[in-house]
Design a protein around this ligand. Structure first.
Ligand code: MN
Length: 738
């Protein structure tokens, strides 16, 4: 007669759930929640739990817990449906179309990964697959949580309900689940500040893992508490009357529950004698308004004598996790110290429900509380710092997260999307990871609100804000600054797309810059003979242009070309020295100040003593000294070659103005910093001009006085090494073009 299943019979009604939701969210979308409820009931119909109860009662109770903690309708729907992807025919598309992507992401976050195991695999293989699946699922869960904390609240509520309903399982399985709860989920609840969950999970696991200790502890605490409660009850009544008399009848006074596991840890692991665990009972006073906390404190002191020095005001000075409360200790009945906490209802919810309460107050636009975004940012940062935290109780979680986070970093877009990157990645990698079009147009970035150079390495939990410009394009240097192969291949693809002429000029400029950084003269090093040899030794290259183009396309690195160049140049140099200055003894030696009216310093290239210079004999205006690589001089070499003469210019005590162009991160005080560096190098600043560029950088044109080329080089190195400086160049070709 009795049919196999009578599902609808003992399925829980939605009323309780709706009532809990309405407490925090009076205007919630009841129809949508009921639709979710119905979907869960239908999807799980016919399924029962180990206990024989309809399966759907499990997600319904998980949803109730989530609603209790103040989370919204979407979270409640996700909790109702948290097992459907794993265990039923419902598809992600069904959920997406009915409830949107937020709900879908939350459900996907808590869904365990499926790692197929061959049916003929051994027990060991199965166990290994299971532990891989557990680790990978945890990793996925942590990532989903980083994006949306609500995911973890659902997972913890799920675990709580499972822990409460373990009876039907074998002892071995119960112990395994309890161990995992203590190792992983309770520490996570603690990190998220959800004390309510942490305590319950710990006590439930304690009961399963150490049943004897649990019941002993429970008896002793109950006995000792009932004795103290009796002692206290008279004075609590007096306090309550006093509160009522002063118009604070709505303020509640309650005993503070102490959870057994923490007493057990104190007593057994930290070896504190049971009699000395005084705070078995403590009082908590919950008010509506902040000022009422202080009124209540005054009334407390009328009844009990405060113990000096044991008062803390965390309302005016919240703890870094946003915790607010007044703490005081008084002499209770019998002279035993009695701990009292006083706070408002909202402060209490944050203390008990942590991130869940922060989240719900943020959504409801309550700004009387500590900024929730700061709390989220702090939690995210912490989440990824677990592996470094020795105080963390769980070795297991520490090792899992250190595996998880040692090879990868996790950073966030301003919207809170998680971007995972190989450890050591820079802003450039981040940008290309978001989208290659973003990477290609990247011009600047901030990390956690601070402007930083593009070469900055990303750290776990950083919030990275990228700046792009439509006509910007990647620089060749980025191949060096990017650390992931993904970024480099994207960069190369982009650089290859540029046309050949452009690639040649980019490549050549990059090589010239590098040669100059080595203190060598590109004109000399990049001679046709040297470049020809480089080309012949480089794959797919015949002439110098091929090499430039390959560099410009990012196929071969600037460094590899420059290394080869340097080697060849060094080999050839001895010969060159024999050949080059035809008659070196005929060099005109100029020493120090050019007081000779017939010898002038070229304004275009601003040469200084000690560097490679040549003289140009003008028609009637004497000799003008140019740097050998000055483009103007090079033109004259072609048109007026016979008027060029060797010059050997030696330094004395005279100084010469030289223009420098410095590009650096734009921020306050940058000119000051640069002038300090210059002053330390014993040079004078004779003029400076700052131009702010749109991409958070600034260009400084500065004119300084140096004594010779060594002095100048030393100065340029010092400025170049300064952290915010992007480039330092000599202002070649500025001034008159004669
Ligand atoms: Mn579940």
């Amino acid at each position: 007669m009795a049919s196999m299943s009578q599902p609808a019979d003992n399925v829980l009604a939605p009323d309780n759930l709706l009532a809990k939701l309405a407490e925090h969210w009076p205007d919630f979308d009841q129809e949508k929640v009921l639709e979710g409820f119905q979907m869960a009931v239908e999807a799980h119909s016919g399924q029962t739990r180990q206990s024989g109860e309809p399966y759907v009662n499990h997600p319904i109770q998980v949803a109730e817990t989530v609603a209790d903690y103040g989370l919204d309708a979407d979270t409640v729907i996700a909790a109702l449906l948290h097992d459907v992807l794993e265990d039923t025919d419902v598809t992600p598309e069904d959920i997406q179309s009915k409830f949107g992507s937020d709900v879908l992401h939350m459900i996907e976050g808590v869904t365990k990964l499926k790692i197929p195991v061959a049916t003929d695999s051994t027990e060991r293989q199965k166990a290994k697959a299971e532990s891989t699946r557990a680790a990978e699922s945890l990793r996925k869960l942590l990532l989903a949580m980083a994006q949306d904390f609500r995911v973890m609240v659902i997972k913890l509520a799920d675990r709580l309900h499972n822990m409460k309903t373990l009876d039907a399982f074998t002892e071995a399985k119960q112990a395994r689940i309890a161990r995992e709860t203590l190792d992983i989920y309770a520490p996570i609840a603690s990190r998220l500040g959800i004390w309510q969950l942490k305590w319950q999970l710990e006590d439930l696991a304690f009961k399963i893992l150490h049943p004897d200790d649990y019941s002993t502890m429970k008896d002793r605490v109950a006995k000792s508490r009932s004795k103290r409660e009796q002692e206290l009850s008279a004075s609590i009544e007096v306090l309550q009357d006093l509160l009522k008399e002063k118009g604070l009848g709505h303020v509640t006074v309650m005993g503070r529950p102490k959870h057994l596991y923490s007493i057990y840890v104190k007593h057994v692991k930290q070896k504190v004698p049971f009699d000395e665990i005084y705070d078995l009972i403590a009082l908590r006073i919950i008010t509506e308004q902040t000022y009422e906390c202080y009124l209540a404190l005054g009334l407390v002191y009328e009844i009990w004598k405060p113990i000096p020095g044991l008062y803390s005001d965390y309302i005016q000075n919240p703890k870094s996790n946003g915790y607010q409360s007044l703490h005081t200790k008084v002499e209770g009945p019998g002279g035993d110290p009695l701990e009292i906490q006083i706070r408002t209802k909202k402060m209490h919810e944050i203390a008990e429900f942590g991130v869940a309460a922060h989240w719900s107050y943020k959504e409801q636009g309550d700004d009387a509380l500590p900024n929730p975004d700061n709390q989220f940012a702090r939690l995210r940062k912490q989440l990824f710092d677990w592996s470094k935290d020795n105080s963390m109780s769980s070795d297991f979680l520490r090792s899992v997260s250190s595996d998880l986070f040692s090879e990868q970093v996790f950073a966030f877009t301003p919207k809170g999307d998680v971007i995972d990157l190989p450890a050591g990645s820079t802003i450039i990698d981040f940008a290309f990871r978001v989208h290659s079009r973003i990477g290609e147009r990247l011009v600047g970035a901030t990390i956690n609100g601070k402007i930083v150079p593009l070469s900055t390495k990303i750290e776990n939990g950083d919030i990275v804000h990228l700046q792009t410009r439509a006509n910007a394009e990647p620089s060749l240097d980025w191949l060096r600054l990017a650390t992931s192969s993904h970024t480099r291949s994207k960069l190369r693809a982009y650089l290859r797309k540029r046309n050949r002429a452009e690639s040649i000029s980019h490549g050549k400029a990059a090589i010239e810059r590098e040669v100059r950084n080595l203190g060598l003269d590109p004109r000399e090093v990049l001679s046709a003979a040297v470049m020809k040899e480089v080309a012949q030794n480089t794959r797919d290259c015949v002439k110098a242009e091929d090499v430039y183009a390959r560099v410009g396309e990012g196929i071969i690195s600037v460094a590899s070309v420059v290394n080869r160049l340097r080697d060849i140049f060094r080999e050839q140099k001895p010969d060159e020295e024999k050949l080059a200055p035809v008659e070196p003894q005929e060099s005109t030696v100029v020493s120090g100040g050019i007081d000779n009216v017939m010898i002038k310093r070229a304004r275009c290239c601003q040469p200084v003593p000690g560097e490679d210079v040549q003289g140009y004999v003008t028609r009637g205006r004497g000799i003008v000294i140019h740097r050998r690589l000055c483009p103007n001089l090079q033109r004259l070499v072609h048109t007026d070659g016979e008027r060029i003469m060797p010059i050997d210019w030696r330094s004395d005590s005279t100084t010469y103005p030289v223009g420098l162009k410095i590009v650096m991160i734009d921020r306050q005080g940058l000119l000051m910093d640069i002038t300090v560096i210059i002053a330390e190098a014993k040079a004078n600043v004779v003029g400076a001009k700052i131009k702010t560029l749109p991409n958070h950088t600034a260009e400084i044109d500065i004119s300084i006085e140096v004594s010779d080329i060594n002095h100048l080089k030393e100065l340029m190195t010092k400025i170049g090494n300064y952290s915010d400086v992007l480039s330092v160049l000599r202002g070649v070709g500025s001034g008159s073009r004669k």
